[in-house]
Design a protein around this ligand. Structure first.
Ligand code: MD6
Ligand code: FE
Length: 216
């Protein structure tokens, strides 16, 4: 029925299949946004954002923190997941219920039932900050998806192939957009272009990205 389709279009957030196993859910995080932002503030107050260094000794342009049982860290020893925040010496902040619910609902929407993340990496980009092409392969179980939530200033995401040199496609990620990343796409190279100057009412000149994983 044409009327039904039209109605669905108006009510449902837009969803796009970007590649096999990778789904973009436009505006999916906007429902419950106020609670999400409050919980995010509380997490950052407990474990502040910081620029970690890579094994080669360079500080990352993206500032990071974590919540959940495990947090992604990098230092001169390399990348890993750790139960303690190296800056505070304490466990990472508890993953807020609003975070868990958003991640599980987005995963389900993309066909992954019962997603229970134990790690949420929080990335903060200011103008010029970028994320080079990389694969996410520090997690134990590649059958589990990653749920990625974009907030604040829009960014250009690069989605590549399975070799670093493969060509990439550009995807604009706006405030509230969610990517569910799994299945055959789980090990694709991807990155983020240097953040352009912009302004968002709640985030100022920043972009924040949350990535939810089953890391342990
Ligand atoms: C970012 N995201 O959007 C960086 N990784 O700021 C990632 O590196 C990423 O969005 C794995 C799955 C989804 C992602
Ligand atoms: Fe990644």
């Amino acid at each position: 029925m044409v009327e039904t389709d039209l109605f669905d279009e108006l009510l449902e957030p837009k969803r796009w299949s970007l590649a096999d196993g990778t789904m973009l859910l436009c505006g999916f995080a906007l429902q419950g946004e106020a609670v999400l932002l409050n919980d995010l503030k509380s997490v950052i107050a407990q474990s502040p954002l910081r620029h970690m260094v890579t094994s080669s000794g360079f500080a990352m342009s993206v500032a990071m923190t974590n919540c959940g049982k495990l947090g992604w860290v990098t230092d001169r020893k390399g990348y890993r997941y750790d139960a303690l925040d190296p800056n505070t010496g304490a466990p990472w902040p508890v993953m807020p219920a609003s975070f868990l619910a958003l991640a599980a609902q987005a995963a389900l929407e993309a066909g992954f039932a019962d997603f229970v993340p134990d790690a949420c990496l929080i990335n903060q980009y200011k103008p010029g900050a970028r994320m080079g092409l990389h694969q996410d392969k520090d997690e134990r179980d590649f059958s589990q998806p990653i749920v990625s939530v974009s907030l604040g200033v829009p960014a250009t995401f690069l989605l590549g192939g399975f070799e670093r040199a493969d060509k990439t496609v550009k995807i604009q990620l706006n405030h509230g957009d969610v990517i569910v990343w799994g299945g055959a796409s789980r090990l694709r190279y991807h990155g983020v272009l240097p953040l352009k100057a912009g302004h968002h009412p709640a985030f100022g000149l920043c972009r924040i990205n949350l990535t939810f994983r089953k890391a342990g």
